[in-house]
Write a protein that binds this ligand. Structure first.
Ligand code: F6R
Length: 255
């Protein structure tokens, strides 16, 4: 794992946006794995700035989002489709027919999950996977106890995840209980992973992911097995790292 500790949240987002832009410059046909949530909003803002400056093009890229809530159609204001349109898709030149999310309102969510997994395989798997980190160590919606070999499927959200995501809904009880999520096995097939975690609320999960035992009780810890994984943290999220000095010696300033 390459651990980059940046000064603050904005700096961490800029670093992640830079890694994505570099990848797209090297391989414009990259298959991107995308995430949603609070952390990504700033990453996408920085990508849009680069796109407007002419330094980041998505025209030949394909994307697959990690997850979608079961029961929410694309036009639902809290769906991840709407999130992606608002925070990225409506502002860059990614072709609509190559931007994929699971269909949350599919009549048979498990069949939709299997279709989505097959579509990722057919696209040649993910080239660069962007991830956030749940305070409980989840990646995508692979909650603690998820199989480390899992594929895209329907998962029940942990109560703490529903509470954390309640801020995006009008009422806490509106947060769906189920989501379709890429599996951990799906994520591990990505050729490159960039995980971003910011703020003190992620410090414990970040320490378990980077320095703890590989365990389904902290799904992100499986990234220790990935050959090309970069973790971008701000100082607050790096607070619990025992080997922080070492990471900062290797990558001064998180570069
Ligand atoms: C979102 C996703 C989640 C989030 C994670 C962190 O598509 O898959 O794993 O990345 O819950 O969310 P924030 O950034 O809101 O703290």
């Amino acid at each position: 794992m390459r651990i980059l500790v940046r000064t603050d949240a904005g700096d961490a987002a800029e670093c992640a946006a830079g890694l994505i832009a570099e990848r797209l410059a090297r391989d414009p046909k990259t298959v991107l794995g995308l995430a949603t949530g609070g952390t990504m909003e700033e990453v996408y803002r920085r990508l849009i700035v680069r796109h407007r400056a002419g330094t980041c093009r998505f025209a030949e890229a394909t994307s697959f989002n990690l997850d979608e809530y079961v029961g929410l159609g694309a036009e639902h204001p809290c769906s991840y489709w709407r999130y992606m349109r608002e925070h990225l898709f409506d502002h860059v030149d990614l072709a609509a027919e190559r931007a994929h999310l699971p269909r949350g309102d599919a009549a048979d969510p498990q069949a939709e999950a299997e279709r989505y997994e097959a579509a990722i395989v057919a696209a040649g798997d993910i080239g660069l996977q962007l991830l956030g980190l749940g305070p409980n160590g989840h990646i995508g919606f692979n909650e603690p106890s998820s199989s480390l070999a899992s594929l895209t499927r329907v998962k029940t959200l942990a109560r703490s995840t529903r509470e954390a995501n309640a801020r995006f809904f009008a009422r806490a009880e509106d947060v769906p209980r189920l989501a379709i999520t890429m599996g951990i096995g799906t994520i591990l097939r990505a050729r490159e992973v960039v995980l971003v975690a910011i703020g003190p609320g992620k410090a414990e999960a970040a320490a378990r992911m980077i320095e703890g035992a590989v365990s389904a009780s902290c799904p992100a810890s499986v990234l220790q097995f990935h050959r090309h994984c970069t973790v971008v943290l701000d100082r607050a999220a790096a607070e619990g790292l025992a080997l922080r000095d070492y990471y900062e010696d290797i990558h001064p300033g998180g570069c």
